[in-house]
Design a protein around this ligand. Structure first.
Ligand SMILES: C[S@@+](CC[C@H](N)C(=O)[O-])C[C@H]1O[C@@H](n2cnc3c(N)ncnc32)[C@H](O)[C@@H]1O
Length: 242
């Protein structure tokens, strides 16, 4: 009987938390759809798919980009070892506040800053390498130069064992000058990673493709251009353009 009451209380707490997250997410999407780029937080199926193939069991440092209300953060925290740190970047102040109210895990560091600043933020906290990067950023809405800056600031922190995961919705629609056209992040990611595995997760609203990217960064176009001009650290590139 006591066990049943306990289980009911936990279910009620989970339902209340989910309703609060949905509400915060919907309000944020209504006020800034360009950044949120979605109508609902990711499903648990998508969150689990994003973590498949990551070196989670042995991870010490994981970065999440675009944490939202924490749909993927929660699953990450369930799977990460006790000694690990999860640095979750999120630009929306209301969603950061929602995350603060929902999570009290000491492994979670919430960073209210743009993903493009991650080099500076990681250096400031003394990190030199990351095991995994889990990105929910909507690359289809992000200008190309910002996408490049974001990936290139990651470069010094990634090695051949590090893994980057990214999802994008299967419809892949991008609106430019009042016109809709299809967009896929695959060609862009292929400029940076040696190997990309792709799978579709239908149990999400909307369904999404997950890209699991490995291999040390190739010299992407901007890295090559930069090498041709003068030495320039990725961190300073981010801070100049942020
Ligand atoms: C599609 S939502 C994903 C939210 C959550 N991870 C999920 O899967 O439910 C993308 C999130 O990225 C955040 N975001 C957009 N651009 C960002 C940037 N440049 N740096 C950090 N966060 C960003 C948005 O505020 C939004 O919360």
């Amino acid at each position: 009987m006591i066990k049943t009451i306990g289980a009911c209380k936990r279910s009620l707490a989970r339902a209340t938390r989910e309703i609060r997250s949905f509400k915060a997410f919907a309000l944020a999407a209504a006020s800034d759809f360009q950044s949120i780029a979605s109508i609902a937080p990711s499903s648990r199926h998508l969150a689990c798919a994003m973590l498949e193939g990551l070196p989670i069991d042995s991870a010490t440092t994981v970065v999440e980009l675009g944490a939202g209300t924490g749909a993927i953060t929660r699953v990450l925290l369930e799977k990460l070892p006790r000694h690990a740190t999860l640095l979750a970047f999120e630009i929306n102040p209301d969603l950061i506040q929602c995350m603060r109210e929902s999570f009290s895990d000491p492994r979670l560091v919430l960073v209210n800053s743009r993903a493009e600043n991650l080099g500076r933020e990681l250096h400031r906290r003394g990190y030199q390498r990351v095991d995994a990067v889990v990105s929910s950023l909507s690359l289809r809405f992000m200008p190309d130069d910002r996408q490049r800056i974001m990936l290139e600031t990651l470069d010094p922190f990634m090695d051949e064992r590090s893994v980057y995961t990214q999802y994008q919705y299967v419809h892949g629609l991008r609106f430019e000058n009042g016109k809709a056209r299809r967009h896929t992040s695959l060609p862009f990611l292929s400029q940076y990673f040696d190997s990309i595995k792709c799978r579709t997760i239908w149990r999400n609203l909307p369904p999404a493709q997950v890209f699991t990217c490995r291999g040390r960064f190739r010299n992407g176009p901007a890295l090559q251009a930069r090498a041709r001009t003068k030495p320039h650290s990725a961190g300073s590139l981010a801070s100049e353009q942020a």
